[in-house]
Design a protein around this ligand. Sequence first.
Ligand SMILES: Cc1cc2nc3c(=O)[nH]c(=O)nc-3n(C[C@H](O)[C@H](O)[C@H](O)COP(=O)(O)OP(=O)(O)OC[C@H]3O[C@@H](n4cnc5c(N)ncnc54)[C@H](O)[C@@H]3O)c2cc1C
Length: 431
Amino acid sequence: MTARAVVIGGGIGGLASAVALARGGWDVTVLERATSLEPVGAGIAVAPNAVRALGALGLGDALRELSTLQGEVGMRRPDGRWLVRADTADAGARFGDQTLVLHRAQLVGMLADALPDGALRLGTSAAVVHAGDGGRPAVVRVSDAAGSPGGDVADAAGPAGGDVRDGAGPAGTDAPDAAASGEEVEADLVVAADGIDSPTRTRWWPDAPRPVHGGSTAWRLVAPARTDIVGGETWGRGIVVGIVPLADGRVYSYVSVADAAGVPESFDELRARLADWHAPIPELLASVDPAQTLRHALRCLPAPPATLATGRVALVGDAAHAMLPNVGQGGCQALEDAVVLGARVPASAARRSGGLDVASALQEWSAERRPRVEKVMKLSAQVAVPTRWTSPVLTGARDLGARAAGTWAASLGTRALDGVMGWRSPTPGGA
Ligand SMILES: Cc1cc2nc3c(=O)[nH]c(=O)nc-3n(C[C@H](O)[C@H](O)[C@H](O)COP(=O)(O)OP(=O)(O)OC[C@H]3O[C@@H](n4cnc5c(N)ncnc54)[C@H](O)[C@@H]3O)c2cc1C
């Protein structure tokens, strides 16, 4: 009998989990309520740990074809003066692989292409009605999410998230969750990768920490190609601008503005605020259509739930451990979750002792993943703190500290990063 896995959510975490499980012998279905997988307007940094995770999914070559190395990066002041300059090859030597950057649509497309034929069902909303246990399968209610908007899939958030495409109003309110009606399907394993507002977490982990506001708002955009780009971040008072060249010459940029710095109401106001920052920041902001930018009030979970699995249901990605983006690890950790899940919960677990092994294999998976994601969440929250400082004294001391630290990595605390980026897949050659 084929072991059946249902994955709820077609973001990075859900797609990667489905690929990993299919490689481990599972018959997989991914249910995504949006009608399209195409995420708008943003790049994503794939850190060395996630480069290895994608390698374990058999996607290492595809990743390298689509992405670019960061090359020289650094940290600047708004007047353009460098505080720290470093070559990412050094970080690559330290962490075993270099950070690769690509457009989100390419990462999502690459994962979707690796799914077995027919595994992805778009426009389909799902809700777990029974979590299952050692003997009984889980039950998922599946319904049409007609009218569900596509679009901003990767960072889709609930109404509280304040996700808007600048100047275009709400980017898409969430479709209603699987209503009381709908087809019920049994599953030997359910992976809930349904994002920071996870309906599955809310229903089955009622005591889990709820999302909180992270104290900043971020804009993301992809600007037309240019050749004069040096990547890096520019840190002002409560404002950080990141610039990252993509493989095709386009430029991914993000801007975070702390609440304490006064969050601009519109993209035009943001442009005005950064008009005297160093080149090419004003030009990059001028070159994009505000309707194609993403704006998010940053949110995170204060901690992961006490366990990442209940019965036959596993929580993966932002549903389990949404973190602030300051270490660029949210998606990377989702990729790690997926690879470890594929390795620790093989389809053979569902065929033994009436399926008892799925529930216990999930608890082992959770015991392996939870301490790690909790550490990365804490590190991300720590690194975010100085980005929100607005006082001249604190930001002056911060900048001096960065200069003294001398290297980009040292300014973030190399030892902590070693632990994050040095992760090795349990299945380096594939699941
Ligand atoms: C500004 C910013 C910059 C970032 N930069 C980076 C970076 O450089 N590197 C990095 O690794 N990470 C980064 N991240 C984090 C990363 O984007 C997230 O961690 C990652 O996208 C989470 O993926 P996910 O699949 O867990 O969740 P999501 O992408 O939120 O996907 C959840 C999916 O579930 C679907 N869904 C929800 N409920 C249902 C339901 N009932 N039925 C069916 N489908 C459902 C949703 O439609 C959605 O498609 C950044 C985040 C932000 C905000």
